[in-house]
Design a protein around this ligand. Sequence first.
Ligand code: URA
Length: 457
Amino acid sequence: MARERAEAGKLTVSRSVQTAAKIPPAGRWAVEASVPACLVPQRLAGIDQDGLARISLTVADGRIEAIEAVTGSSDALSTGMVFPSFVELHTHLDKGHIWPRRRNPDGTFFGALDNVTLDREAHWSAADVAARMDFSLRCAYAHGTSAIRTHLDSIGKQIGISWPVFAEMREKWAGSIELQAVALFSIEHVADRAHMSEIAAALRTHDGILGGVTYMVPELDQGLDTLFRVAADNGFDLDFHVDETQDPTARSLHHIAEAVLRHRFAGRVTVGHCCSLARQEEDEIKATIEKVAEAGIAVVSLPMCNLYLQDRVSGRTPRSRGVTLLHELKAAGVDVAVSSDNTRDPFYAYGDLDALEVFREAVRVAHLDHPFGDWPKAITATPASVMGIDAGRLRVGGPADFVLFKARNWTELLSRPQADRIVVRNGRAIDTTLPDYEELDALLGGGSSDLPASNHP
Ligand SMILES: O=c1cc[nH]c(=O)[nH]1
């Protein structure tokens, strides 16, 4: 009996392994799956009430040769759902996985800021940053991600360390994960001319994006004017960390939208977090959202990190979910994405750069369901369009980069971690084994940091 159960278990576990094994390493093959119709630019027949259509996807020589409605039985492989490979618009690859070395003692935003600063000053050599970045990228790749934008802490000596490492990683991962990076520093640093010229030089050398953390300081508008001028003069896009607080008087989002319009800025502007927007009065919310839409700003929400850091008061249950107003922004025509943000660092103790996990949590936290509508674009087509890259959709002639799930519908997809997903890149099933945390032990001092009460620098 025990043997029969074990055999039956083996069969269930191995079904997607068997499907993956049937995908040839080259040539033409086809798979039938249900796709969120919003992720396929062509018209699809038979879209169901959940926005899913059953398609047959033919792959030839690494590209999508045909996408057709399923009409009857065929020789194609058959599975549950298919998504285009994921796109992460907001991450922090330079901080990833430092938790075992430097935890956040109280789980607050300022606990995160202080402890990341200590870790960065003590440990962020080129070798340290490179090893953790590469580990994170292997995780993201195995989960099915093909493009990532990361912020890089860019202050003092770190500028000369992290940017060259990032450039090496971008080259190493070219063709597997497309990478972009944003310079991250707080708005007060903008007044420091030497800092700004060092930043501009690094971004010119490494084709970077100008960023910054904005909050309500007296020099906010002056700082924004400098950032917009530097961006316009150098052809940089802008990507800010904005109002990551529950304080309703934090209104830097409105100031950024006004700066876009004041400068008639022609580049792409993205803002992350915008948590305080959800704490403001309705008329103020409406006025800010209208300005953000008019300015053509894209918003990226980081639901897992926001749940972790926002409204955290020791001994008190959080009352707010911390996320920005995703539905209202999208209804106003604003491009809205969701992304991982931090992974296993003092800003967020968990996470593995699994965009499906982000989507699953975003659905739960922000009610992106009933109907799901075009919310699947928030981890695919929308961030790809904000990044200006050809990804995040399944289109004929495009690369055969997609993720196959055994789950046949939303309730099956979002109820399990989908650890047995099949990731197809350039028409081939890749190895989805995740890197072993033990690899990082030599760098971070072992895996037992959840036990001792204090950090070790
Ligand atoms: O959420 C945040 C904010 C600033 N820096 C980070 O790494 N994460």
